[in-house]
Design a protein around this ligand. Structure first.
Ligand code: F0G
Length: 455
């Protein structure tokens, strides 16, 4: 049962099937190009798409829009100290702005950055600064049937091998992404966080936590890691983040706001000063960084709500209920469900589509055609050149949809699976220069399944 009621509503409509077909063609079979008015249930992302509380709307009215020394910045700084434990903060317009600030300061040509798995913008920022992003997920991460409780963990042994190869002096940063968005939204344990912190310390690298979904991660720790069975989400979050030298935060996730972000730092040393100057250059003065005062005011309240019971328990339960509804209808889902999203394995759902013909993107397009549902491919279309499974992410916006919407999503996904061989694969017809950002703007066309030679 949800512990809130709706105070404002936004209409949604399901277009007629032929209009959905036309919209999809018009979008070049890339759902990023669809108009949101043409989408019935939008599970493209959980980023900036959630519903704010009445307390957040009230705070927004009192935003202090001063260029320098804004009260709203102070409220945000205090919330970050209280909830996440970072004393110093460099504000940014969103997570990737914060990534630009931090990785631009940390990474030089030829460096290697280690991460349990880089999110696409993180990968792109490391690469844009001349670095090589290397993923070190635990082997269980790739197994959608394993019931390992922390499949988001970082494989320290694998990372050590990389360091032996490239030399510790070329590894300026070790990053832990909690939860691990690129690996099915799986959580990271505190035990693993401690190990990674010790490893980063040994090789003299900055230990960064990508904390976008820190509250969801803390919820899983409380449920799955014995040491924390009696701890609150707030206490686990503080403990887990206490090991990091720095964090990158997108307020659009566990900040419960539509926009905003920051770099959090423990010390006021050289790295803070470098980030502060880069922040002024790229984001805005150090007391707003691309956010309006009202954005920061709502963000400050959102951070506190994110660790306030029963919010996160209900949120994760809703995502788990979607995974169950899909599994009950025979849709192959990655288990356990992630904190913010359910991931469907398109290789299992549409086995007749050759891997080179983007079965994940085929599933995404068919979900829209069939029921006006928008999801995102996080497989070989989004991450070209990798050998990962073709996963389709159904990301659930926070405090937004009801059980009837998610039933519709499960029915739609089941109908896609039933269509089976009638669903064809795709080929890319145009793509941007930066492969890390391909899925945002590439265009595709269907490959006639009957004419496709098997590969
Ligand atoms: N890090 C992670 C783990 C993310 O999931 C995201 C964004 C970012 C950094 C960048 O933050 O969007 O505020 O610039 N993820 C969104 C998603 C876009 O759909 O998963 P941002």
């Amino acid at each position: 049962m949800r512990s809130y009621k709706a105070a404002m509503v936004e209409p949604v409509r399901l277009l007629a099937r032929e209009d959905r077909e036309a919209a999809l063609r018009e979008a070049g079979f890339n759902v990023f190009n669809l108009d949101s008015a043409d989408v019935f249930v939008d599970l493209l992302t959980d980023s900036g798409t959630g519903t704010m509380s009445t307390a957040q709307w009230a705070a927004l009215m009192e935003g202090d829009e001063a260029y320098a020394g804004s009260d709203s910045f102070r409220e945000l700084r205090d919330a970050v100290r209280d909830v996440m434990g970072f004393e110093h903060l460099v504000p940014a317009h969103q997570g990737r702005g914060a990534e630009n600030v931090l990785y631009g300061a940390l990474v030089d040509d030829g460096d290697v950055v280690l991460n349990n798995a880089h999110f696409d913008t993180t990968r792109a920022h490391v690469a844009a600064n001349g670095g090589e992003p290397v993923d070190c997920p635990v082997p269980e991460a790739r197994d959608g049937d394993s019931d390992h409780p922390f499949k988001g963990n970082f494989d320290v042994d694998a990372a050590r091998e990389v360091v032996d190869d490239v030399g510790a002096e070329n590894v300026p940063a070790v990053v832990l992404t909690v939860t691990n968005n690129s690996m099915a939204g799986q959580p990271v344990s505190v035990a693993n966080t401690r190990e990674v912190a010790a490893f980063a310390d040994q090789i003299d690298a900055t230990f960064v936590v990508d904390a976008c979904r820190f509250a969801e991660n803390a919820h899983f720790v409380g449920r799955r890691e014995d040491e924390f069975a009696d701890c609150s989400v707030a206490a686990v979050a503080r403990e887990q983040l206490s090991y990091a030298d720095a964090c990158v935060m997108s307020g659009k996730k566990d900040g419960l706001v539509n926009v905003g972000g920051f770099v959090g730092l423990r010390e006021r040393g050289d790295l803070y000063e470098q980030c502060r100057q880069r922040g002024i250059l790229y984001e805005g003065f150090s007391t707003y960084g691309g956010m309006s005062g009202r954005d920061m005011a709502a963000f400050a309240v959102g951070l506190r709500e994110a660790v306030d019971p029963p919010y996160v328990a209900e949120r994760v339960a809703q995502v788990e209920a979607l995974a169950d509804a899909l599994a009950d209808r025979g849709v192959p889902v990655y288990r356990p469900a992630g904190g913010h999203a359910v991931y469907v394995n398109a290789n299992d759902a549409l086995p007749h589509i050759p891997r080179g013909d983007y079965p994940g993107q085929a599933f995404v397009c068919e979900l829209y055609r069939e029921g006006g549902v928008r999801a995102v491919e996080l497989g070989r279309f989004a991450f070209p050149g990798t050998d990962r499974d073709d996963l389709v992410r159904l990301a659930v916006p926070r405090r937004t949809y009801g059980p009837d919407h998610l039933e519709h999503v499960a029915d739609t996904a089941a109908a896609v699976c039933e269509r089976g061989e009638a669903v064809s694969g795709f080929e890319v017809v145009s793509e941007p220069a930066m492969p890390e950002l391909r899925h945002f703007s590439a265009e595709l066309r269907p490959v006639d399944a009957a004419e496709t030679p098997s590969r």
